[in-house]
Design a protein around this ligand. Structure first.
Ligand SMILES: [Zn+2]
Length: 170
């Protein structure tokens, strides 16, 4: 659908739709044919199904941050659904050993490793946690990749210096 649109176009589309909602209008027919490309700027047409709308969204729309997980957390169904469709947000979960875990755990491989099935050894679980975290950051936050990796390494050092485990010599 619209997932391959250029980033500037997407940003323009987000601003346009937020402005439409803030003006008290819900479009009700946000499909491809109603979003035109006018000199690389989005133009939204066909307000035939539009209705008055008091937008109750209570979080700002921040492109490239983890998605709100629930409609009630975001507050506006039309914007949530449309922005999810065009991939405004990054995933609100991280896939780890066949399960989806809350994205907060992607900041902490040690916490993520605790979610491993019991037949995984702690070492394997931690190794896999690092692997999926690195993959996730690389894919969804390429601009922050270096900083994130540095922070992971710092956390690792902090843990190592307070840990008494025999494996903390690396
Ligand atoms: Zn709204």
């Amino acid at each position: 659908m619209l997932t391959r649109v250029q980033s500037a176009f997407k940003t323009g589309l987000i601003h346009a739709l937020v402005a439409i909602h803030d003006a008290g209008v819900e479009h009700h027919d946000l499909c491809r044919r109603n979003i035109l490309d006018y000199n690389d700027r989005p133009m939204i047409i066909d307000f035939g199904d539009a209705e008055e709308h008091e937008c109750e969204r209570f979080v700002p729309v921040e492109e490239g941050t983890p998605a709100p997980t629930l409609t009630c957390e975001f507050g506006c169904v039309e914007l949530l659904e449309f922005f999810t469709d065009i991939e405004v947000w990054t995933p609100s979960f991280i896939e780890y050993i066949d399960n989806f875990q809350p994205i907060e755990l992607a900041y902490d491989p040690h916490a993520l490793a605790k979610m491993a099935p019991s037949h995984w050894s702690p070492e394997e679980a931690l190794q896999e946690a690092y692997r999926v975290v690195v993959k996730h950051v690389k894919e969804y936050y390429p601009a922050q990749y270096d900083d994130w990796i540095a922070r992971l390494n710092n956390n690792q050092k902090a843990l190592d210096s307070t840990s008494n485990s025999p494996n903390d010599s690396q």
